[in-house]
Design a protein around this ligand. Structure first.
Ligand code: ATP
Ligand code: K
Ligand code: MG
Length: 671
């Protein structure tokens, strides 16, 4: 069993593993450290990662990418609609829950998949890459997620992980993972008596995340998060895309927007142009036969690109300023600013950020691997099979979460939301309520400005009951509400408390219960560890059932069905792989035998045998290119056996002759 960290980026996925001597990033079959986050559907087989990326321009409609944009979201969210217009694959609204369905042709028919299922496929591929590289099973892991993920997006990640057979010990905020990887090795941070404060800015493919973290001796604490979930490298590509699209309309009278394949190819080229501009003052763009048989040619200067992206560059300021303001620190209290994420390689970005933060940016962190490395470290810390030196990780939650009951909002004694923004989590709050019978609690985002304006503010509802108080009047009910290690809202337990001596008019209260360690092993807390310490002997306590109705999570049956569907898809992939192996075996046998008939077996075979076999090999080769190009596994096995039957007698005669020669040599030696 290994402990693994996954950075599932919108474009690139990185896998890291904790070893006794440190953290390693794993290589895939192509010896790359980054795995494209794509799943492609061939005619009869799926392709993942690098293999999927290879078919993205050939089969745009059946190659699914950018899952982070779709997971746990509703089809009608305006943000989602904007993305869907740019994606080459087809989608529709899930009539059951308003979610997204991805529609594509596979196995000769149109099939629908949810983003959770496709992410499950991708995670299962990453798991396989890890298992192959480590040669051990992988299940316990920590997966990086953006801090702006809503409750339903977090639940969707857990479901996708379950489909893939992974057990996330934690979903960890990307920047928190980066900060952990930074802090744990920097023992000099502990030398100062006051904590050292660092800003981390991660600019990826689709988003920008910022956090301010403070490092003390043997601990780190995230003070605040900031993010823009719609600002990343791909937005800079889009600026170039629109620029060239307009130019080509004039210059070549072609409208790329009307042609899916042309869009995919031009976008890919624009990404390349952008990367060239990171190291050069200008970049060419040449695409052969983009559409209507026209070759296009252009070029752009870095200055022009920077001008075109000035709006995007300005927007980077917002999450940085917000994180700084929420941390309560001033610029001069910041020790350094670390820039990570490959999207940040645009020179204008570091220029802009260093003028914003009034200093040179630090580049001591590995920009493309830091999230996966931090996740692997956290996994090692949470795993019982691994020893890591004691290091405390405290994260803060970026949204305010409120609770209300049928009787109105439930606030803390200081009249705050149950989990105010910046709450250190995991965190448990114990509600003491007075109720006669079954009641409901609602969880919601308390401040619409903190989440995206498109996202629904409801998180879910919880039904508590039925129960009956023995006095026939309102009973005391204790409800343990948790913001767990994944940043997901749950109700751990509810119980009915009967205290004969109790004053029945006592008020409803909320109390903190944060005695647990911040990194509880399984993301939940022990339900028996409630605030029972000072309860009296005569007090009776009964468990009450809690039914969750939280949006975003699959039901048990749905999850089972999704796992079964994945299982049969895997079987089909394996079948196709094994068919391919049999076909390759037949093909190489044909070449090998052709060679042997001309050389090794030349004198052993008769002329008519040689002729017959040569004809047969020729026919098989032609068959492989024509009718036999896409045949069943058995067809290849049969063909191979047919040729073997012709060759076997010759092979046997040859072996006998060899043995006779050897025997006479041996005999000669002994004499
Ligand atoms: P996200 O964090 O948004 O989920 P990700 O983790 O997959 O996405 P990264 O791998 O950090 O994203 O960064 C990918 C982005 O970096 C892409 O937009 C890519 O074009 C961009 N990029 C990579 N190299 C360069 C470069 N040399 N210059 C400019 N941009 C680059
Ligand atoms: K990444
Ligand atoms: Mg990233």
């Amino acid at each position: 069993m290994s402990v693994v960290g996954f950075d599932v980026g919108n474009e690139n996925c990185v896998i890291a593993v904790a070893k006794q001597r440190g953290i390693d990033v794993l290589l895939n079959d192509e010896s790359n450290r980054e795995n494209p986050g794509m799943v492609s559907f061939g005619e009869k087989q799926r392709f993942m990662g690098a293999a999927a990326a290879a078919s993205a321009t050939m089969h745009p409609k059946s190659t699914i990418s950018q899952l982070k944009r779709l997971i746990g979201r509703k089809f009608r969210e305006p943000d989602v609609q904007k993305d869907l217009k740019l994606f080459p694959f087809e989608t529709s609204e899930d009539s059951a829950d308003g979610g997204i369905q991805i529609r594509l042709r596979y196995m000769g028919e149109v099939q629908s998949f949810s983003p959770v299922q496709i992410l499950g496929m991708l995670l299962s591929h990453l798991k396989q890459v890890a298992e192959k590289s480590l040669n051990t099973p992988v299940s316990d892991c920590v997966i990086g997620i953006p801090s702006y993920f809503t409750n339903s997006q977090r639940l969707a990640y857990l479901d996708a992980a379950a489909i893939a057979g992974l057990r996330p010990l934690r979903l960890m905020h990307d920047c928190t993972a980066t900060a952990l990887g930074y802090g744990i090795y920097k023992t000099d941070l502990a030398a100062n008596s006051s904590p050292t404060c660092i800003v981390f800015v991660d600019i990826g493919h689709c988003d920008t995340q910022v956090c301010v973290a403070s490092f003390g001796s043997g601990s780190m604490r995230v003070l605040s998060h900031g993010s823009d979930r719609n600002l990343g490298g791909r937005d800079f590509d889009e600026v170039l895309f629109n620029y060239f699209a307009v130019e080509f309309k004039e210059k070549y009278s072609i409208d790329v927007y009307t042609n899916t394949k042309a869009c995919v190819r031009l976008r890919a080229s624009c990404e390349k142009v952008k990367k060239v501009l990171s190291a050069n003052a200008e970049a060419p763009l040449n695409i052969e036969c983009l559409m209507e048989e026209k070759d296009v040619k252009s070029f752009i200067k870095r200055e022009e690109f920077e001008q075109l992206s000035s709006g995007l560059l300005e927007r980077l300021i917002v999450p940085c300023q917000k994180a700084l303001a929420d941390s309560g620190l001033s610029l001069d209290q910041i020790h350094s600013v670390e820039l990570v994420g490959s999207g940040s390689r645009i020179p204008a970005i570091s220029k802009m950020l260093s003028s914003l933060f009034k200093r040179e940016l630090g580049r001591t962190v590995n920009a493309s691997e830091c999230v996966a490395r931090g996740c692997a470290l956290q996994c090692a810390m949470l795993s019982p099979i691994f020893r890591v030196r004691d290091y405390e990780v405290q994260d803060s939650f970026p949204f305010s979460i409120g609770f209300s009951s049928d009787k109105g909002p439930i606030n803390t004694p200081s009249n705050e939301m149950l989990f105010p923004k910046g709450q250190v989590f995991p965190s448990v709050k114990v509600l003491t309520l007075r109720r006669e019978n079954t009641f409901h609690l609602e969880a919601f985002y308390a401040d619409h400005n903190e989440i995206s304006p498109d996202s629904p503010i409801q998180i879910g509802s919880f039904t508590i009951g039925p129960f009956q108080s023995s006095h026939g009047q309102a009973a005391r009910v204790k409800v343990r509400v948790q913001l767990n290690l994944h940043g997901i809202v749950t109700i751990d337990s509810a119980s009915l408390i009967e205290d004969p001596k109790e004053n029945t008019t006592s008020e409803e209260t909320v109390s903190e219960n944060n005695h647990q360690s911040p990194a509880t092993k399984d993301g939940t807390s022990d339900p028996s560890s409630g605030p029972t310490g000072n309860d009296h002997k005569a007090i009776k306590r009964m468990k009450i059932s809690v039914v969750e109705n939280v949006s975003g999570a699959l039901t048990k049956d749905e999850l089972l069905e999704a796992k079964q569907r994945e299982y049969s898809l895997v079987q089909q992939d394996l079948k196709m792989e094994s068919t391919k192996d049999k076909k390759n075996a037949l093909e190489s046998f044909v070449y090998e035998m052709r060679d042997k008939m001309l050389n090794t077996y030349r004198s052993t075979a008769t002329e008519s045998e040689r002729e017959c076999i040569a004809r047969n090999l020729q026919e098989t080769e032609e068959w492989l290119y024509e009718d036999g190009d896409d045949e069943s596994e058995n067809a290849y096995i049969e063909k191979l056996n047919d040729i073997k039957k012709l060759i076997d007698p010759i092979e046997n005669r040859y072996k006998d002759a060899e043995e006779r020669v050897q025997a006479s040599k041996d005999l000669a030696k002994t004499i």
